[in-house]
Design a protein around this ligand. Structure first.
Ligand code: GLC
Length: 803
């Protein structure tokens, strides 16, 4: 079943049926001032932290309320409705609407009883406030008088837990005031006698505002209960029904901002007003509102800026393939999803309440990979930041605090770090993610000097980027398990797999092998002979050990527990085949051709489903070893044999590296949100963003996806598609073109920006291949292989690859 469609030209997803199986949301602004808005206007806002800077209330685990509500009332009939279908929820026979989620904005269009409305929600570029622009048009043949009301439900405390849980305190610190065109909410307002900005008991007066521009306020309300009325709901607030908000303010009650204005419209006439929301003192709010007097013009200009910014980013790679779902994901939605995870990490969604007090090391380093081909400079700054969160012993800080202060941080070796972050120890994989990320950045840009930039370590000392990478290798070497493979430490990529501090993970061993290869490639390019020899030896050693210990005849095992028990071996009753060691054996370059074929076929036969491959099989139930935390989840869920979406990205890449275009593309399609647009009742999540996992065959809800938006899936699948399926594989000195595509793709094109040049690439596939190379022509010159040395490139390049 479909609830909407992709408008690729506008880069919008259009929700046509508002009763979606879950709230389908969009992100506005940035964590500086962030807002999440659903297709029914549900959602919340915050400044800097979803947990500590919460401005708008949202009740989790309840169906999508409250939100940024805009009500319209016909003053002749007394009938009222909302600019989004909910919260009033008019009969869909009479109420026609669509919600358009775009790049950094969301538009709600509705028509009811001859009145058309358009609400646009956005956070202007580089701003710390949000705008709800509302335009109403009279489509009837009579003159109409409408009351327009905006409603914002403030939290009583910026900390969302205090607001939700500690009511004996938070109810009694908030109050609202009214001035001209705005409701002001003060938290700890009684501290206003103290000098400005002075902290009293760690608290200052926090001021939020909800204001109206473009019309006079006719009535207002700052008290949630008074606005709703006893035993009323958001669907029929008393003040809205009456057309008069009663001019009530809160004092020891739940605060809100509600403002009404009255507009009169001749047939065909339109009127635009803007509601503004933010965290500013009254005078600043007044000034800001003043700037929106001419609401329509100002909003148009700001929206144009937003679009230009987003389009500018996304246009660095444009593909046109025979598959519309692939195009929309790569050109717009997967790319947008990558930027959202890049910026927001795991901070705030309808699942993440904002409580994480920092950046997860591995998640953040992985997230960077998804935007390197689009915004390498942005990526570089984050890479620098993450390198500065690497301890001088080479390990990564499992959690990088928002207040991260390079050179001065304590580490997992210090009790203080453990107490503050709750992370008891290093994880085996964290710093190893740096290798593919740094490699991708240097290869995309050709910026080899980056490796010589000096960056502090988290606790003390500093070193070049190259030195940072060396130390990451040394960290793994200093933490080897009994078989000589990297030790499991606290965990590897799989949060639910505790092999024990001295256990050994095949996944980490393969990451380590890959890291050695990348570092060796850098060392060779830099002419560092001694390092080359050292790395060559380590590679040989590691390769031999992994081969001897982890290959089980037809699959790679998952690892060893501290007690030496093999996990993921063929004879295990549960979890005897794991996905990641198979795909990573290919990605890392360790697997021989035969092993790769065998292991990947096993994955396809045993783990694959119509929604992607499960993480392992069979799920843990009765035979979980002590460290198999996944058993706490219902079978078919998350790490317990769910279809972990991030792993689909590695699977796509691995198959593509092997030249298996058919399978690579099949894996893409099985798990791609856009490819499931017509199965929304099964998938449930937004058809335009990835989720953390899809429930596997062992679940009662096989095919349902969960944990929207903020997931490593976005970047990993992006890499799988761009490097893998599209085969855009830059290295230090040029670009290899090695697509792996479905046989029936006759041709496709790619417009790529590469190191300041434009590449117009056309791939032709006259003989129905799934990969391979027949000829490559660059600007009229035939090349001998599918590799384009950078020196052949000019400002504009016409490139034709024949498979
Ligand atoms: C979650 C975590 C990530 C972890 C993955 C697998 O997505 O954010 O760090 O690697 O689960 O357990």
């Amino acid at each position: 079943m479909k609830y909407g469609y992709f408008d690729d030209l506008q880069r919008e997803y259009v929700v046509q049926r508002p009763d979606t199986p879950a709230p389908w949301v969009n992100y506005l602004g940035s964590p500086e001032y962030g807002a999440i808005v659903s297709n029914n206007a549900g959602g919340y806002s915050f400044a800097k932290s979803g947990a500590n800077g919460r401005i708008l209330r949202y009740v989790f685990n309840q169906f999508d309320q409250p939100g940024r509500y805009l009500y319209l009332r016909d003053n002749a009939s007394g009938d009222f409705w909302s600019a989004s279908w909910q919260p009033v929820g008019k009969d869909l026979e009479k109420y026609h609407c669509e919600c358009r989620h775009g790049m950094g904005y969301t538009r709600m269009l509705a028509e009811y009883s001859g009145i058309q409305s358009e609400a646009v929600y956005y956070v202007p570029k580089d701003s710390a406030h949000e705008v709800w622009e509302l335009t109403v048009t009279n489509r009837s043949t009579e003159r109409r008088e409408l009351t327009l009301t905006g409603y914002a439900e403030f939290t009583n405390h910026s900390n969302y837990e205090q607001d939700q849980v500690n009511l004996q305190y938070s109810l009694f610190i908030s109050r609202t005031l009214f001035d001209t065109n705005r409701i002001m909410q003060q938290i700890h307002g009684n501290l206003d006698a103290q000098a400005a900005d002075e902290m009293v008991d760690g608290k200052t007066v926090t001021e939020r505002f909800f204001g109206l521009a473009g019309a006079q306020v006719a009535s207002y309300c700052g008290d949630k209960d008074a606005f709703l009325g006893r035993y009323h709901t958001y669907g029929n607030p008393k003040g809205v029904a009456a057309g008069d908000l009663g001019n009530v303010l809160s004092y020891n009650e739940n605060s809100c901002g509600a403002l009404s204005c009255v507009v009169e419209l001749e047939p065909g006439e339109s009127r635009t007003v803007a509601f503004l929301l933010g965290m500013k003192p009254s005078a600043k709010a007044a000034e800001l509102l003043q700037g929106y007097r001419n609401a329509a013009d100002r909003c148009e200009k700001e929206l144009k800026e937003l679009k230009e910014e987003w389009y500018g980013r996304l246009d660095h790679l444009r593909v046109d393939t025979p598959d519309p779902a692939f195009n929309t994901m790569i050109n717009t939605w997967n790319a947008y999803n990558c930027f959202i995870t890049f910026v927001w990490s795991r901070a705030a969604s309808f699942i993440y309440c904002g409580l994480r007090n920092g950046y997860g090391y591995r998640d953040t380093v992985q997230d960077i990979q998804g935007i390197i081909h689009l915004e390498p400079e942005m990526a570089r700054e984050k890479i620098r930041f993450m390198l500065s969160a690497q301890v001088d012993n080479g390990g990564g800080l499992p959690l990088v605090k928002f207040t991260h202060n390079p050179g001065h941080e304590d580490t997992p070796d210090d009790a203080s770090y453990v107490a503050e972050t709750g992370h008891p120890a290093y994880r085996a994989d964290d710093a190893l993610w740096l290798f593919p990320t740094v490699y991708k950045y240097v290869a995309e840009t050709g910026d080899k000097e980056f490796l010589d930039q000096v960056i502090p370590f988290a606790n003390r000392d500093e070193g070049t980027v190259y030195e940072h990478l060396k130390r990451a290798v040394q960290f793994s070497l200093a933490h080897l398990g009994p078989h000589g493979l990297p030790a499991g430490l606290y965990a590897d990529w799989n949060d639910c797999l505790r092999l024990g501090a001295n256990g050994e993970s095949t996944f980490v061993a393969l990451q380590f092998y890959y890291a050695l290869r990348i570092l060796k490639y850098f060392a060779e390019d830099r002419g560092q002979q001694e390092d080359c020899r050292w790395l060559e030896n380590e590679l040989e050693e590691a390769g031999k050990k992994i081969q001897a210990l982890c290959w089980d005849g037809d699959r790679f095992i998952r690892g060893f527990t501290e007690e030496g028990e093999r996990i993921g071996a063929a004879q295990d009753p549960e979890a005897n085949l794991w996905l990641n060691p198979q795909s990573w054996a290919v990605i890392s370059g360790l697997a021989s051709e035969e092993q790769a074929d065998e292991a990947m076929r096993k994955v396809f036969d045993r783990l694959n489903t119509p929604y992607g491959a499960v993480l392992m099989d069979p799920p843990y139930h009765a035979h979980a070893f002590d460290g198999a935390l996944a058993v706490i989840y219902n079978p078919g869920t998350k790490e317990n044999a769910g279809i972990f979406s991030q792993s689909q990205g590695w699977l796509i890449l691995a198959e593509a590296l092997l030249g298996h275009g058919e399978r690579a593309f099949r894996y893409f399609t099985e798990n791609a949100p856009a490819a499931q647009n017509d199965r929304a009742e099964i998938r449930r999540l937004e058809p335009y963003c990835y989720g953390q996992f899809t429930e596997g065959p062992a679940s009662k809800h096989f095919g349902r996806s969960q944990v929207h938006w903020l997931t490593g899936t976005a970047s990993t699948v992006m890499v799988g598609c761009v490097e893998g399926i599209l085969g855009l594989r830059p290295d230090l000195n040029g670009l290899r073109l090695a697509p792996a595509v479905p046989k029936q793709w006759k041709s496709f094109t790619m417009e790529k920006d590469f190191r300041g040049r434009k590449l117009h690439i056309r791939v032709e596939n006259p003989n129905g291949k799934e990969s391979g190379f027949t000829s490559l022509n660059v600007n009229g010159q035939e090349l001998a292989s599918n590799y384009i040395p950078e020196k052949l490139l000019t400002a504009e390049n016409e490139i034709l690859l024949v498979l």
